[in-house]
Write a protein that binds this ligand. Sequence first.
Ligand SMILES: C[S@@+](CC[C@H](N)C(=O)[O-])C[C@H]1O[C@@H](n2cnc3c(N)ncnc32)[C@H](O)[C@@H]1O
Length: 501
Amino acid sequence: MAIRQKELGDFQTPIKLSQQVCRLLAQQGISPTVIIEPTCGKGSFILASLEYFPQVERVFGLEINADHLHRLKQELSRRISSDKVEIRHGDFFGVNWETILAEFSEPLLIIGNPPWVTNSTLGQLNSQNLPEKTNFQNHSGLDALTGKSNFDISEWMLLHLIQLISGQDGVLAMLVKTSVARKVLKHLWENRSNIGQSQIYLLDGKQEFGVSVDMCLFVCNTKGNHSNQICKVYDGVSEETFLTTFGFNDGHLVANINSYNQWKHLITTTAKHYKWRSGIKHDAAKVMELTQHTTCYKNSLGETCILENDYLYPLLKSSDIAKGAVEHPRRWVLVPQSYVGESTAHIKHNAPKTWDYLNTHKTFFDKRKSSIYKNKPQFSIFGIGDYSFALWKVAISGLYKNLKFVVVGPYEDKPVMLDDTCYFIPCTSQKEANFLVSLLNSQVAKEFFSSFIFWDSKRPVTAHILGQLDILLLAQELDVESEIKEYVHTKKVNQPSLFPL
Ligand SMILES: C[S@@+](CC[C@H](N)C(=O)[O-])C[C@H]1O[C@@H](n2cnc3c(N)ncnc32)[C@H](O)[C@@H]1O
């Protein structure tokens, strides 16, 4: 894809899809006086709108790419209704939408397919196709603009427009990533915006645009009241196949309202006897992760590494956990610290070969971009603490689309480490780990978690979602309360316990 196309997130909508969208909206009784296409491109939505909303009085389109506008103008010159259409060459972030929208009479329809690009891609391209200053979603402007917090620029565009017309008679109908539609709704619901009903119509990104993206038509009614916090999800641009309803309940974004209502009594209140932990983060896989050979270890640079055993631990990654392949870890990892921020100077005396190895590959550590490594001891890692060294763990992958918890036991007498895409609970014994895994793989727990998980997310399972379930209440629900009490009475509330090395 050309850089300019990438920077402008330029995927023109096939006319057939725009027509399907307009037909659906017209069938729903949407009858706008004014239609606005904020990034209109070659005008697929403008042309389809003229067909399906003949009563419309004005159509306004904005676009940054002059070539697209030229094409659109040529196309419009062949249409009789083109005198209703005003096309402007401009930058979404440079125009004053408040003034533009104030000119138009209700009901409004804001329709289109905003750019498909994230601020971090724009950062890599050194592009300024961004809002100039933003405290977007509570990230500082600088964080948002330097890509420390990644967001789709369409998310910013949608929120900006909806907030400007919320409470007015209008509808926003946009093709966006499904995750963007959800983030926009979450933000509006959290802030008790006066919006009305919303719907998501799931689309096949590969089929429509040739790109594997979870995308949808997002329709949001801008007049309503803040108690209307649900969104219906359909398969395809039609109301024939209803899939589910998600919404915002008691401060939670809920993926499945029925399961949520059934199991919400299992939500953690205050006391957390079990705390979910993430695996190790080091951002230097090429030199930190090793494979074992008969007489030595090798790193992924193909180098033979002669190292002491002291700082080497077996490692399981998300794919191993998701496949349940946990008996014989294929990789090993260097663990230079036993808690975050610990000095690494002791390695020099305890394990001189390991110290030499780390120093020889110092550049791999120095070039780690994340600011978490700044001003930390050299070779620092994260996601490390006494909990990492528990011999028994119950683990799950955050990345894979299956809700399967597994027991991870020691290997060659060492605790097995997990990578930072996995979550785990440290256990004091194999018996406790087996017991917990049976609870977490129960149908009740599955339904509970399913009420919070959006499977199309990049990381569907998160520590936050896992932490919502009170394992004690789950044990009560499954009538095994007395057994769990054997384990939890030794643990301090809200504190990880100490585990043997
Ligand atoms: C995903 S394409 C969709 C185009 C059109 N809405 C459609 O449905 O076919 C996104 C469009 O946004 C335009 N665009 C990108 N950044 C823009 C900006 N800052 N202001 C206005 N238009 C922009 C691109 O040139 C491109 O035409």
